[in-house]
Design a protein around this ligand. Structure first.
Ligand code: NAD
Ligand code: UPG
Length: 320
C-alpha cells in the first residue's frame, strides 16, 4: 500500500513511517520541518518538504491513505499563542481533508490527543468522557476530530483518530527531539547528561498524591503498532476514536526519580509555577483500542521506556 505521512520528520511520525516501511508499504513524508528534522525521515521514504496546507499539490489517487501527524503540539505554547494552533492544526487539517476528498484518497489515521478531554471527571478516561479541553491545543485537536466525523459521514472517508496520552521512548535511530526541547522526559534526560542544571517542576500544588501532574506514558513503538492496526480496522463512512495509553499514571516527580534510577546520574529539581493549560491527571482506558484494533501494548514499564529514551539521548548528543 502507498501512504502519505504528514509530519513524518517529527518524533511520532518518523517512528510510524519506519514501521510502515518495515511492513513493506510505500511511504511519502510531507513535512515543513518547523519542528522536525530532515535526518529524522526514515531511509526508504520519499521526502517532500512542504506544508499540509498545500497538500493538494502532491496528493493523488495513487495513495491508499494518509497518516496525519503534522501539527503544533505544545500545550503551554498554545495558551500564549492560540492563533498558531487554530491556523496550523485546524486550517491545516481542513486543507488536507479537502485535498484528500478531491484526490479520492479513502483512508485517514489522525493523531488526536488526551488533551481533548481536559480535566477528567473519572480516571481512567474512556472515549465517552466529556471533552472540555483546558488548552487551545486540545481544543484545536478536538475541532479536527469533529471535522473528521463530518467527513466520514458525508463523504465516506474511512477514519481513525488515535488519542495518544504521553508518548515517550525511542525506536532505533528515531526518538523524541525538539529544539529547544519542550517535553518532560527529554528535558530530564538533558539534566542527567549535565546539559542543563536542573529540571523545573511546573507546579507542586495539584490535587495529586505528591502535588505534581500525573500522566500516562506510552512507548512510541507500541503507539506505532496501533497505527498499522488502525489502517486495517478503518471502515468507509466510519470514524473510530481510540485512546492509546497504558492505564497507569506517573507524577512528574516519579518520572524524575525514574530517570535518576535508570541513568545513575543526579537530577536537581526546582519547583516552578504551574504551566498554563495543564490538567492535573491524564490516564487512559485503552479498552476500545484493544477491542476494536486488537492492540496489545507490550512495553508499559516506565523504567524501560526511560531507558530507551536515554539511549537515544546519548546517541544524538554524540552526533552533535
Ligand atoms: N508527543 C506526544 O506526547 C503526543 C501526544 C498526543 C498527541 N500527539 C500528536 O502527535 C503528532 C506528532 O507529535 P510529535 O510529538 O511527533 O511532534 P513533532 O513536533 O516532533 O512532529 C510534528 C511534525 O509535523 C511537522 N509539521 C508541523 N506543522 C506542519 C505543517 N503545517 N505542514 C507540514 N509539516 C508540519 C513538523 O515539522 C514536525 O516534523 C502531533 O499531531 C501531536 O499533536 C503527540
Ligand atoms: O520542564 C518541564 C516540562 C514539563 N513538565 C510537566 O510534565 C508534564 C508532562 O509535560 P509534557 O512532556 O510537556 O507533555 P504534556 O504537556 O502532558 O503533553 C504531551 O502529552 C499530551 C497528551 O497527554 C499531548 O497532547 C501533547 O502533544 C504532548 O506534548 C506536565 O505536567 C508538565 O507541566 C514539567 O514539570 N517541567
Amino acid at each position: 500500500m502507498k501512504y502519505l505521512v504528514t509530519g513524518g520528520a517529527g518524533y511520532v511520525g518518523s517512528v510510524v513511517a519506519q514501521h510502515l516501511l518495515e511492513a513493506g508499504h510505500e511511504v511519502t513524508v510531507l513535512d515543513n520541518l518547523t519542528t522536525g528534522f530532515r535526518e529524522g525521515v526514515p531511509a526508504g521514504a520519499t521526502f517532500i518538504e512542504g506544508d499540509i496546507r498545500d497538500a493538494a499539490k502532491w496528493l493523488d489517487a495513487s495513495y491508499d491513505g494518509v497518516l496525519h501527524f503534522a501539527a503544533s503540539s505544545q500545550v503551554g505554547e498554545s495558551v500564549v499563542r492560540p492563533e498558531k494552533y487554530w491556523d496550523n492544526n485546524v486550517a491545516g487539517s481542513l486543507a488536507l481533508l479537502g485535498a484528500m476528498r478531491d484526490a479520492g484518497v479513502p483512508k485517514l489515521v489522525f493523531s488526536s490527543t488526551a488533551a481533548t478531554y481536559g480535566e477528567p471527571e473519572q480516571v481512567p478516561i474512556r472515549e465517552t468522557a466529556p471533552t472540555r479541553p483546558t488548552s487551545p491545543y486540545g481544543a484545536s485537536k478536538l475541532a479536527v476530530d469533529h471535522m473528521i466525523t463530518g467527513e466520514a459521514g458525508a463523504h465516506g472517508l474511512a477514519a481513525v483518530s488515535l488519542r495518544y496520552f504521553n508518548v515517550a521512548g525511542a525506536y532505533g535511530a528515531h526518538g523524541e527531539r525538539h529544539d529547544p526541547e519542550s517535553h518532560l522526559i527529554p528535558l530530564v534526560l538533558q539534566v542527567a547528561q549535565g546539559r542543563r542544571e536542573s529540571i523545573s517542576v511546573f507546579g507542586d500544588d495539584y490535587p495529586t498524591p505528591d502535588g505534581t501532574c500525573v500522566r500516562d506514558y506510552i512507548h512510541v513503538a507500541d503507539l506505532a503498532e496501533a497505527h498499522l492496526l488502525a489502517l486495517t480496522a478503518a471502515r468507509p463512512g466510519e470514524h473510530l476514536i481510540c485512546n492509546l495509553g497504558n492505564g497507569e499514571g506517573f507524577s512528574v516527580r516519579e518520572v524524575i526519580e525514574t530517570v535518576r534510577r535508570v541513568t545513575g546520574h543526579p537530577v536537581p529539581e526546582v519547583v516552578a509555577p504551574r504551566r498554563g493549560g495543564d490538567p492535573a491527571v491524564l490516564v487512559a482506558s485503552a479498552d476500545t483500542a484493544r477491542e476494536k484494533l486488537g492492540w496489545n501494548p507490550s512495553r508499559a514499564d516506565l523504567a524501560g521506556i526511560v531507558a530507551d529514551a536515554w539511549e537515544f539521548a546519548q546517541h544524538i548528543s554524540r552526533e552533535r
